[in-house]
Design a protein around this ligand. Structure first.
Ligand code: HEC
Length: 258
């Protein structure tokens, strides 16, 4: 093999190895060390597993939505994870939103529409805190990005409740969780397994539910991830071809000079 060819192959391999490793590295968090999980959306070839995102939506709606809002996601965004208009109308139709004022100047409630954002379980932040012993359950729209560890953190947190609180003395109204910075969280263990009956028949173990809802929340924070990665691949391919062309023309131009 000529040195030139070795050089090209070497460069291409290096780029591929570097790129496919992006996304595997994890930020550190203050809590216990997180175990890195395998996610379908890891790495440059990663894509959201739609069935997992859909199951995660079910877990969010049936469990987490009792306490957490998701204010940057609208019902109509669910088309991106494979729901059709009628299904979305049916999902939104289970909720009521306050609207108005009407012609009499009064606020009124109506059934939620696909264009509405996910309905919050609370009227406002004060009510949210008051209903949770003073701790505000954060909005989950961007939590995947807001916490070091991303999906690994969400998974670790949900599956990480262990032992009796008495074993690890935490204050009244708090629960021991080694993954939460400080170890004492105001959220009671939300998942036990069999909290939902999956529409697709998957067994609803606690780990499965945690994985699915972590996948769903990752999608909620990064809905354009699939498109972004597809574009990235195209750009990469273009750059590789361009490098090869430039290299070939350089050789041609300098051919006669020794
Ligand atoms: C009974 C109410 C309740 C339910 C149900 C609940 N949470 Fe929470 N959650 C809370 C509260 C309260 C906090 C704030 C905890 C704190 O700051 O100590 C919280 C915090 C969190 C956090 C942020 C932790 C951090 O690093 O700040 C995440 C992530 C989270 N919840 C995810 C979920 C998911 C996913 C579900 C559904 C499987 C869920 N929660 C169900 C009440 C709840």
């Amino acid at each position: 093999m000529t040195p030139a060819r070795t050089w090209i192959i070497g460069t291409v391999l290096t780029v591929i190895v570097a790129i496919t490793n992006i996304g595997i590295a994890n930020g550190a968090s203050d809590g216990a060390h997180l175990t890195a999980q395998r996610w379908s959306f890891d790495g440059i070839f990663g894509r959201f597993d739609r069935t997992a995102v859909q199951r995660g939506l079910q877990v969010y709606l049936e469990v987490c939505a009792n306490c957490h809002s998701l204010e940057y996601v609208a019902y109509r965004n669910l088309t991106e994870i494979g729901y059709n208009e009628n299904q979305i109308k049916a999902i939104a139709g289970q909720y009521e939103v306050e609207d108005g004022p009407n012609n009499d100047g009064e606020m009124f409630t109506r059934t939620a529409q696909p264009s509405d954002y996910f309905v919050s379980p609370y009227a406002n932040a004060m009510e949210a805190a008051a209903m949770n012993n003073g701790a505000l359950p954060p909005d989950l729209s961007l939590i995947y990005k807001a916490r070091a560890g991303g999906a690994d953190y969400i998974y670790g947190l949900l599956t990480g409740y262990e032992g009796e609180e008495t074993e690890h003395s935490v204050a009244e109204g708090l629960y021991y969780n080694p993954y939460f910075p400080g170890g004492a969280i105001a959220m009671p263990k939300p998942l036990y397994g069999d909290d939902v009956e999956y529409a697709d028949g998957t067994t609803a173990s606690m780990e499965q539910e945690a994985r699915d809802v972590a996948t769903f929340l990752s999608w909620a924070a990064e809905p354009k991830l699939d498109a972004r990665k597809k574009l990235g691949l195209k750009v990469l391919l273009f750059l590789i071809v361009l490098s090869a062309l430039l290299f070939a023309s350089k050789r041609k131009v300098w051919r006669d000079i020794h």
